[in-house]
Write a protein that binds this ligand. Structure first.
Ligand code: DC
Length: 238
């Protein structure tokens, strides 16, 4: 059991990055709960914007049209809900279709520019745990608490499959998403995430990398809390 950290929660801004299926959401929510911080899921924003762009029939290969949409869109994230232009997407962002759309839409510069700006505005007051792909590298490069979670492709695909099965699947009736599909889709999205020109998935040089394959959730949370506590104490001694 980690000792409670004696710190003004407003002073804490924590970035948790890594590929999909690595346990970021569960870990980030747990850290937020333990420290009394606000959990910010940036993936939910990319998913909702992807659905909004598709819904508005904006051609994402038309950069002028995409730019116009992104410059005027209103994104609202509060823990647990996400809306774009006053349409609530909370219940539709977890489908395989939304994952596919988000993977492509999130590679577009106007989308990233708008969402990075919005994410910074949420972090500026402090007291947040922000999870994503580029939080430590691009969104909040100057913060002190950065973590990068990893695990092999096989481990992550198996976790995603178990998650999918435990939810009874999130796909519409009639679609079939088997273990092989999940693994292949994940591979493709990993490739897109890591090779895109705009803010590719990458570990910040000053982020602590944690291999989650051998640890359970409590184990990962413990490593993160211990590191935060150590850094906070060190900064007090200085
Ligand atoms: O974490 P997730 O699976 O909900 O993310 C959805 C998509 O958005 C995924 O393709 C990665 C992308 N993403 C991103 O490019 N940058 C972020 N900060 C968060 C997510």
């Amino acid at each position: 059991m980690t000792r409670p950290i004696q710190i003004d929660r407003k002073e804490l801004i924590i970035a948790i990055d890594g590929p999909s299926g690595v346990g970021k959401s569960t870990v980030s929510k747990r850290i937020a709960e333990r420290l009394g911080l606000t959990y910010v899921d940036t993936g939910a924003m990319y998913r909702a914007v992807a659905l909004a762009v598709a819904g508005a029939k904006v051609d994402i290969e038309n950069s002028a049209a995409l730019e116009e949409f992104c410059n005027s869109m209103l994104v609202e994230y509060t823990s647990g809900s996400i809306s774009v232009n006053a349409t609530d997407y909370t219940d539709s962002i977890r489908t395989e279709e939304a994952s596919k759309l988000a993977s492509v839409t999130s590679s577009k510069e106007p989308v990233r520019r708008a969402l990075v700006m919005y994410q910074r505005s949420l972090a500026v007051q402090g007291g947040v745990v922000m999870e994503g792909r580029d939080i430590g590298t691009v969104v909040l490069p100057r913060i002190h608490h950065k973590f990068f979670l990893t695990a092999s492709h096989e481990v992550r695909a198996e976790r995603r499959r178990a998650e999918h099965d435990s939810k009874g699947g999130t796909e519409p009736v009639g679609s079939s998403v088997g273990a092989k599909d999940i693994s292949e889709n994940m591979k493709e999205r990993d490739r897109l995430d890591s090779t895109r020109a705009e803010s590719p998935l990458a570990r910040a040089v000053d982020a602590l990398e944690i291999d989650t394959a051998e640890l359970d959730i409590d184990g990962v949370v413990g490593v993160i809390l211990a590191d935060i506590e150590q850094k906070v104490e060190k900064s007090r001694i200085k």
